[in-house]
Design a protein around this ligand. Structure first.
Ligand code: F6P
Length: 358
């Protein structure tokens, strides 16, 4: 009996998706030879809902180790809408189960982040054979020490900080660099440390603008003519932390700000007299070839997933725990996230280095 294995990539892309697809496919062919067929579901759960899939040829998994993005395409299909019947009158869960059956899948590999894992768990509870694989530059999936895509994004954001250093020094400016990460500050924390940022602001630690300005002034008094702020896209202030999210996002919008970075730059300029500038590398952090670390991790995760398929071990997601590849039940992971804890080693490193956390 041939096994038909579906693969989809869902949510925001990241470097290492193709490397993981390749890792799983090559390890599946290695184990099962012509006893396995791989079906690519296009554009994530949207493809599963709309019956958009195709059989893949083994040759399609060659030459993609270093390629950014995803050969399968991806889309954000919010979990909270999965059970909602919208104007198109489509019962999405029913449609996904129908496609799974029509495509004669024995199992489905779902590569994605937190949202993807919630839907993966839903499908698993609906009786489908699902295996998750943790991707995201945010590194915030519960139960795994690392996700593929994270270290590449750290490298890219670090290079941004490095390059900003020289222009900051030339112009004696305070530079505020907005790093991706809406709820989790891992990327800002790691790239901030790797790039030698002076101030690191993350969503898990609401900032006090007085402390930020004081840190800039302290450096100026010590004769440093510039400062570098690594600000997570989702950073918010102590005052905002006392309000409901909806409330402070509305207030910000009223004031003409979407993220905190612009406001921090304006406030620091006003409070310290230093000239400030903003840099938003944005989606560059998710683009291009995966770094060597992510290629290795993607290959480890992909080949482990092939073993799970062979063992028919479903309802789980692949994880790295204490440097060992393992898996966690989807039900334990879905709906949770892994944020930077206050006693995190890397936060303590930042504190020990005199980096201001605001
Ligand atoms: O989850 C990864 C991520 O890059 C976040 O850091 C960021 O907030 C979000 O995706 C951006 O999403 P989009 O690509 O949909 O704008």
């Amino acid at each position: 009996m041939k096994k038909r294995v579906g693969i989809l990539t869902s949510g925001g892309d990241c470097p290492g998706l193709n490397a993981t697809i390749r890792g799983a496919a090559k390890a599946l062919y290695q184990r099962m030879g012509d006893k396995v067929e791989i079906v690519g579901v296009l554009n994530g759960y949207d493809g599963l809902i709309n019956g958009n899939y195709r059989e893949m040829d083994p040759s399609e998994f060659s030459g993609i180790l270093t390629v950014g993005g995803t050969i399968l395409g991806t889309k954000r299909t919010p979990f909270k809408k999965m059970r909602v019947i919208e104007e198109d009158n489509v019962d999405k869960v029913k449609a996904m189960k129908k496609t799974y059956k029509e495509a004669k899948l024995d199992c489905l590999l779902c590569l994605g982040g937190n949202g993807t894992h919630k839907t993966a768990n839903l499908l698993s509870q609906e009786g489908l054979n699902i295996i998750g694989l943790p991707k995201t530059i945010d590194n915030d999936i519960y139960g795994t020490d690392v996700t593929f895509g994270f270290h590449t994004a750290v490298d890219i954001a670090t290079e941004v900080i490095d390059r900003i250093h020289t222009t900051a020094g030339s112009h004696s400016r305070v530079m505020c660099i907005e790093i991706m990460g809406n709820k989790a500050g891992w990327l800002t924390l790691y790239s901030g440390i790797a790039g030698g940022a002076d101030i690191i602001l993350i969503p898990e630690h609401p900032y006090d603008i007085e402390k930020v300005a004081a840190a800039v002034e302290k450096r100026a008094k010590a004769g440093k003519n510039f400062s570098i702020l690594a600000v997570a896209e989702g950073a918010y202030s102590v005052e905002e932390s006392k309000m409901k999210r909806k409330e402070w996002t509305a207030k910000r919008a009223e004031a003409g700000y979407t993220t905190a970075t612009n406001r921090i730059a304006a406030q620091v300029e006003q409070m310290t007299g230093a000239e400030t500038r903003i840099c938003v590398p944005g989606h560059m952090q998710r683009g291009g070839s995966p770094c060597a670390y992510d290629r290795v991790l993607a290959t480890q995760f992909g080949s482990y997933a092939a073993g799970l398929v062979a063992d028919e071990h479903y309802g789980v997601t692949v994880a790295m725990v204490n440097r060992h590849v393992t898996c966690n039940p989807l039900v334990d992971v879905a709906g949770k996230s892994r944020l930077v804890p206050d006693d995190c080693d890397m936060l303590n490193v930042a504190r020990a280095m005199g980096i201001s956390l605001g």
